[in-house]
Ligand binder design. Structure first.
Ligand code: AMP
Length: 432
């Protein structure tokens, strides 16, 4: 029997996994500069958490959740997104009392979607949430942060789309208006159903006929209550003051129910339609209260890491690519292997990647292994060297070899290694 990864899932292995790990680390540094601290929540939660927060009429809840009964007969769902769990954790652990307000997380999310390029059933998000801040400049700060994270991984040309989805005061009235105006319109079957359950979603249907039918209806942003309208204006002028270009998109409603006011997406340049967002987010001022906390305004966003990576590849970002080039120890005897391990330990603790060849093969074979590992430096511990308490150190790029006393080996290896710690992609397997 042949085993394959489940449909819609991916294995990440070097060099892609290395690139992604480094990109996440660079983005985490940016997040820390904006005052964020890490949060870990479970990969599964009790199902009602998602139904309640995301909304039972949304695609995510209706069609896409991985829900199952556990052995204790509880309904459990693999998280389809990170905000619900973050808010639950914020309320349950009284993080407001600990003055913790800016959190970020990285991890897998699960949605039963039709897999295609940029859309998977298990995918990864880096999400960030801010609790307890309601100033429109916080929304600007969040968009600025998102862009800063993209810049730090070398992406260029991303664009910001912005909308306001109103609040509990103006949105229901608008939804009702939409239902009335479109009740006899020949919308697609999905939109007809949505018009009853989740009318706002009709606006972001990709079907051309639906788009022209909805073109004439007033947009929510034109029907905002005065507080929301003023807020939206303040966000826009804040973006302008920061010199952040953006486009207003009145059709941007985003799939989840919990958003209020600001909604935004960061779009991939030159890509139209589905899977064109590297991420998005928005404000959710009612959610903390809905989950039993004190009324707490909040805003967050999530970056899709697979999309981020695809984009880095498309834009030929190479700053995170390249595998570390190890220092490679070759030994011809057990005594030599033991000496190798003794020198390797302190080097590794100092951050130098080291491989000790314990294959017991002859030096020709071990050199071949060193080449395949793309070693920068080879350290040879043969019988002759051992008797003289020496090692031979070979620069694998220049092929120059030097012999140094054992007690100076670590220092010499380290300085050679530092002259070319990471290099081009590894040598093809089998290269001499
Ligand atoms: P959402 O939580 O739906 O707002 O999605 C935020 C971001 O996560 C999107 O812009 C995508 O980059 C990414 N994303 C959402 N769903 C998927 C999926 N099924 N596969 C890959 N990435 C996804």
């Amino acid at each position: 029997m042949e085993y394959r990864a489940p449909k819609g899932t991916n294995d990440f292995f070097p060099p892609r996994s290395t690139t992604l790990r480094r990109a996440i680390s660079a983005m985490s540094t940016v997040l820390e500069a904006y005052g964020f601290e890490p949060l870990e929540t479970p990969i599964f939660e009790e199902t009602p958490l998602f139904v309640r927060t995301i909304g039972d009429a949304t695609d995510v809840v209706q069609k896409e959740m991985y829900t199952f009964k556990d052995k204790g007969d509880r309904s459990i769902t693999l998280r389809p997104e990170g905000t619900a769990g973050a808010v639950r954790a914020y309320v349950e652990n009284h993080l407001d009392q600990l003055a913790i307000s800016r959190l970020f997380y990285v991890g897998p999310m699960f949605r039963y979607e039709r897999p295609q390029a940029g859309r998977y059933r298990q995918f990864h998000q880096l999400g960030a949430e801010i609790f307890g801040e309601s100033h429109p400049l916080v929304d600007v700060e969040v968009i600025d942060l998102f862009l800063a994270m993209c810049t730090t991984v070398g992406l260029t040309g991303l664009s910001v789309t912005l909308n306001s989805v109103g609040c509990a005061e103006c949105r229901p009235a608008y939804a009702q208006k939409l239902q009335e105006m479109l009740k006899d319109a020949p919308l697609c079957e999905t939109c007809k159903a949505r018009l009853q359950s989740n009318p706002m979603r009709v606006l972001d249907c990709k079907n051309g006929d639906c788009r022209s039918l909805t073109r004439e209806v007033p947009t929510l942003v034109e029907c905002l209550c005065s507080a929301c309208a003023e807020y939206h204006k303040a966000v826009q002028s804040g973006l302008e003051a920061m010199g952040i270009p953006y486009t207003n998109d009145p059709r941007l409603v985003r799939g989840l129910d919990y958003y209020t006011r600001t909604a935004f997406e960061i779009l991939i340049p030159g890509k139209e339609g589905a899977q064109n967002a590297v991420g998005g987010g928005g404000r959710y001022d009612r959610l903390v209260e809905q989950l039993g906390g004190r009324p707490t305004p909040a805003i967050g966003f999530a970056i899709g890491l697979e999309r981020l990576q695809l984009l880095m590849e498309q834009q030929n970002v190479t700053r995170f690519t390249g595998r570390p080039r190890p220092v490679y120890f070759l030994a011809s005897s057990e005594a030599g292997q033991r000496v190798a391990m003794t020198i390797a330990g302190p080097l590794r603790r100092a951050g130098v990647p080291v491989t000790v060849d314990l294959s017991g093969g002859n030096f020709k074979k071990q050199f071949k292994n060193a080449s395949r590992a793309n070693a920068r430096v080879a350290v040879i511990l043969g019988d002759d060297e051992l008797t003289r308490s020496e090692v031979a150190i070979k620069d694998m790029d220049t092929q120059q070899q030097q012999v140094v006393p054992l007690d100076q080996a670590a220092e010499r290896i380290r300085s050679l290694h530092e002259q070319g710690a990471s290099g081009p992609a590894p040598a093809a397997p089998g290269r001499e």
